[in-house]
Write a protein that binds this ligand. Structure first.
Ligand code: GLA
Length: 727
C-alpha cells in the first residue's frame, strides 16, 4: 500500500518505491513532517512545537500553536501564517481569510483525471493510489480537497486542489497554488531554467538565501524565459549523489514557482498559477480545480530525478500512438526555403527526401492565404493555390508515391490584422475596447476564452486534415500576450483570461487528438516558448529552439533534459554556416548533437554535396536503427556545457545492452583537451563492442576509467555506439 492513514496518531504516510512523504493532522491542520528516503513507523515526534512567536500571533484555543512557525501542506492567507500562502480568497464581506481544517479523508485506487486540464494518467488502477484530504472553512463555507496521487513504481507523487464554494454568495480566489510544501531548513541549492528566444532552458544554480526566490511567467505562455519547474538540492548534490527534490507544473500559461527562506530558517515552496495575473470569480456552488504539480525526489542526485520525471512524462503523460513508437525522420522546409517555395520546389525537396531515406517532409510557414512574409494571413487557413498548384493533396500524393509522408505548419491561435478573418471578425482577438492592440510579429492572439473562436480554430485545422494526406502538424505560437482582455467576459472576470484561454486551447487540442489519432502533433512557440508538460499531453514532441546551431543546442538540450524526455525534444541538423549564429560546424557534429532527440533536418537537401548526401543517408539509417533506444533508454548527463569546455551524454537501453554516447568539444585549450568520458548505467561485467572502431571494453572499464576523447579541434565530436557482445 502506498498510502497509509493512522487514525490513532493522525499520521499520513505516502510511500513510493524509493521515498516517503509524511504528513500529520493536528488541531485540524495538515502539517508536513518529512520527505526523503524511505522511512516507516511513528513519525509524529518529528513535529516539534517550538513556540517561536517573534511577533507572530497565536491561534486561539491552541496553546503555543504558532501558525507562522509550523510546516503546512496548503497554507491559507488571512490568519496568522505570514509566509507565502497557497490559497487566498476574498469573501463576500470583503474579508481576505480562509481558515481550512481537515474534515475527513479518503483513499482511492487509481488516479482521477482533471476535467479540462492535462494531467498524468494511469493505465490500470494498480499503478496509483490517491489520498484526498477534505478541508473546510466554516465561516466562508469554502471546501478544499487536496489530492495526492502516488505512482509508487514511478517514484512520483502528483498534487492538485479542488476548491468548492458551498456558501450562498460569490467569492474571489486570488491565488490557488497546485502545491505548497514546508521544509524545516534552508540548506538548498535552487536549480532552474532561464533564457530567451533562441537561448531557452539554460541552467542556473544558486544557493537559497533569505527572502523569496520566484521564477515565473506573466506572458500568457510558460515562455522561453523560465520553465515551469523547480529543483531543490542539498548544497553538494551532483548528478549521482545528494538530495534532489523536483516540482513540475502541468500547465502552459502564466505560472509561478517560488522557494522562500523564512524568518525561522525554514523554507517554503509554492508552485502554481501566477497569482499576479489571476483572480477567479467563484459563484455559489461552483468549483475550481488547479493544474497538477508533479513531484519527485531522489537521494542519488539529479540523474535519477531527471529519470523519474522523463519516464513518467513519456509513459504516463504523453498519449497516442506516437508515445511508444520511434518518431519519423523528418525534413522541415523552414530553414530550407523560408517563405519562398512553390509546388515544384517542394516536390524536388520531396525527391531528395525519398532518395536519402527521410520519412516525412514538412511544409512550414507560407502555404496559406497570401502569406509570402510574416505580415499577413494568419487565420486564413486555405491553400495559396498560386504557390501550391493543385493544393496540398497533389503534393501529398506525389510524396506518398515515393514513400514520403507529408506534414504541415499551422499557427492556429493567431490572427493577422491583414487577413480575411480579421476583416470579418475584428473582435475575435484578445483586446480591450478603446485600447491599442500591440502586435507581436505583426499578429494578434485569438480569444480562445470564446467558444465560437475555439470552434473556428478547431475547424480550420480539422478541415485541412480531413482532406487527408497529412501525417504531421507543427503547431506554432509566435508571440506572448498583452492587453489580454476578452470582450465577452464581464468586468469581474478580467483576470480569468489566462486560465480560460488555456482551458479553451486544451479543449481544441483534445478534440483534434480525438478526431485525428494518427496525426503526429509537434508543439512550437518560436522554438521552445511553450516547452511544458501541459502541451506534451496533447503533442508528444516540441521544436526545442529556433536556434538550430549544434553548439548552442548543447546547453539548450542539457537544460531541457533536467525534466523532459528526450523523445519530446525535436532536434534537427541544419545548414553550416548556421543561420542564427554563423557557426561553422562539421556535418558529423551537427548530426551527433541532433541524434539525441526526435531527429530530423532543417536544410535544403537539394543543395547538398554528394559527400553530404551520403552522410545524411547514413545518419538517417542510424536514427532508424537506434531511435527507439534513444527515446526510451535512460539518458545520463556526463559533462555540463555550462561549466566545462565540452559536453557529453549517453543513453543506455532499458536492458543495458546498448549505449549511445556523444562527446563535443566546445573550446580548445591547447594541449589540454585529452578528456576521458566515464559512462554511466552499464552492466559492470558485460563486454561491450564499439560499433565504429570494433574495440571491446568491459562495462566497469567504461564506467570507472571511461573512453578517451582525443579531439583537439573546436566543435569536433565523437559518437560511440556500444553493444553488449557474448562473453
Ligand atoms: C517560428 C518557428 C519556426 C518557423 C517559423 C515560421 O519561429 O519556431 O520554426 O516555423 O515560426 O514562421
Amino acid at each position: 500500500m502506498s498510502v497509509i492513514y493512522d487514525s490513532s496518531t493522525g499520521q499520513y504516510s505516502l510511500h513510493t518505491e524509493n521515498y516517503s512523504y509524511i504528513m500529520l493532522e493536528k488541531e485540524g491542520f495538515l502539517l508536513h513532517l518529512y520527505w526523503g528516503e524511505k522511512t516507516f513507523g511513528d513519525c509524529t515526534y518529528m513535529f516539534r512545537e517550538q513556540g517561536r512567536a517573534a511577533f507572530s500571533p497565536r491561534m486561539e484555543n491552541c496553546d503555543g500553536f504558532i501558525l507562522d512557525d509550523v510546516p503546512l501542506e496548503y497554507p491559507c492567507w488571512g490568519r496568522a501564517d505570514m509566509r507565502t500562502p497557497a490559497l487566498e480568497i476574498t469573501n463576500p464581506d470583503g474579508s481576505v481569510i480562509v481558515d481550512l481544517r481537515v474534515k475527513n479523508r479518503r483513499i482511492e485506487k487509481g488516479k482521477p483525471s482533471i476535467k479540462g486540464l492535462p494531467a498524468i494518467y494511469v493505465e490500470n488502477e494498480d499503478e496509483c493510489e490517491t489520498l484526498v484530504v477534505s478541508m473546510y472553512d466554516e465561516v466562508s463555507n469554502i471546501s478544499v480537497e487536496l489530492y495526492y496521487c502516488v505512482l509508487e513504481k514511478y517514484d512520483i507523487i502528483t498534487r492538485f486542489a479542488r476548491i468548492v464554494n458551498k456558501g450562498n454568495d460569490t467569492v474571489y480566489i486570488n491565488r490557488a497554488a497546485s502545491c505548497a510544501l514546508d521544509f524545516d531548513h534552508i540548506n538548498f541549492d535552487v536549480i532552474s531554467n532561464y533564457g530567451t528566444h533562441c537561448r531557452e532552458r539554460q541552467i542556473e544554480r544558486a544557493s537559497l538565501k533569505h527572502g523569496r526566490f520566484i521564477m515565473s511567467s506573466r506572458r500568457g505562455a510558460s515562455s522561453h524565459v523560465h520553465n515551469p519547474f523547480m529543483i531543490l538540492t542539498s548544497p553538494n548534490a551532483d548528478e549521482v549523489s545528494g538530495d534532489a527534490y523536483g516540482f513540475v507544473l502541468v500547465y502552459s500559461g502564466s505560472f509561478s514557482s517560488e522557494i522562500a527562506a523564512n524568518q525561522f530558517d525554514s523554507a517554503r515552496a509554492v508552485i502554481g498559477l501566477n497569482p499576479e495575473n489571476f483572480t477567479w470569480r467563484l459563484d455559489s456552488g461552483e468549483e475550481f480545480t488547479t493544474p497538477e504539480c508533479v513531484l519527485s525526489y531522489s537521494s542519488e542526485g539529479l540523474d535519477t530525478l531527471s529519470y523519474n520525471f522523463s519516464r513518467v512524462f513519456r509513459e504516463r503523460l504523453c498519449r497516442g500512438k506516437y508515445r511508444d513508437i520511434r518518431r519519423p525522420v523528418l525534413l522541415n522546409s523552414w530553414e530550407a526555403c523560408y517563405f519562398s517555395f512553390d509546388s515544384d520546389r517542394l516536390m524536388k525537396i520531396g525527391d531528395s527526401c525519398a532518395e536519402l531515406g527521410i520519412e516525412l517532409m514538412v511544409i512550414d510557414d507560407g502555404w496559406f492565404g497570401k502569406r509570402d512574409h510574416d505580415r499577413c494571413s494568419l487565420g486564413d487557413w486555405f491553400v495559396n493555390e498560386q504557390k501550391l498548384k493543385g493544393g496540398i493533396k497533389r503534393i501529398s500524393d506525389y510524396l506518398n508515391e515515393k514513400g514520403v509522408k507529408l506534414g504541415i505548419w499551422f499557427e492556429p491561435e493567431m490572427i493577422s490584422p491583414d487577413s480575411e478573418l480579421y476583416q470579418k471578425h475584428p473582435d475575435w482577438c484578445l483586446h480591450y475596447k478603446n485600447r491599442p492592440r500591440s502586435e507581436g510579429r505583426y499578429q494578434l492572439i485569438l480569444d480562445l476564452t470564446r467558444q465560437d473562436v475555439c470552434d473556428y480554430v478547431f475547424e480550420s485545422v480539422a478541415n485541412i486534415l480531413r482532406e487527408g494526406g497529412i501525417s504531421y502538424v507543427k503547431w506554432d505560437f509566435n508571440r506572448n500576450m498583452s492587453e489580454a482582455g476578452s470582450i465577452l467576459l464581464d468586468a469581474t472576470r478580467g483576470r480569468e483570461v489566462d486560465f480560460r484561454y488555456y482551458l479553451g486551447l486544451y479543449s481544441v487540442l483534445e478534440r483534434l487528438n480525438q478526431e485525428f489519432p494518427d496525426v503526429l502533433f509537434e508543439s512550437c512557440s518560436g522554438g521552445g516558448g511553450r516547452f511544458d508538460v501541459g502541451m506534451l499531453y496533447y503533442m508528444p514532441q516540441v521544436w526545442t529552439s529556433d536556434n538550430s546551431d549544434a553548439i548552442e543546442r548543447l546547453r539548450i538540450q542539457y537544460g531541457t533534459s533536467l525534466v523532459y524526455p528526450m523523445s519530446a525534444m525535436s532536434a534537427h541538423v541544419s545548414a553550416s554556416p548556421n543561420h542564427q549564429t554563423g557557426h561553422v560546424t562539421s556535418f558529423y557534429t551537427r548530426s551527433n548533437v541532433a541524434l539525441t532527440g526526435s531527429f530530423g533536418y532543417e536544410l535544403d537537401p537539394t543543395s547538398l554535396s554528394v559527400e553530404e548526401q551520403k552522410m545524411v543517408s547514413e545518419t538517417t539509417r542510424l536514427f532508424k536503427e537506434y531511435g527507439e533506444i534513444l527515446a526510451k533508454g535512460r539518458y545520463h548527463r556526463l559533462r555540463d556545457p555550462h561549466n566545462e569546455p565540452c559536453s557529453a551524454w549517453c543513453t543506455v537501453s532499458e536492458d543495458k545492452s546498448v549505449c549511445i554516447a556523444t562527446y563535443v568539444l566546445t573550446h580548445v585549450r591547447m594541449y589540454g583537451n585529452n578528456e576521458r568520458i566515464k559512462l554511466r548505467g552499464l552492466d559492470h561485467d558485460a563486454i561491450y563492442k564499439e560499433r565504429f572502431s570494433g574495440v571491446c571494453y568491459r562495462g566497469d572499464q567504461l564506467m570507472n576509467f571511461g573512453l578517451h576523447a582525443p579531439i583537439s579541434h573546436e566543435f569536433g565530436s565523437i559518437l560511440w555506439i556500444l553493444e553488449k557482445v557474448e562473453q
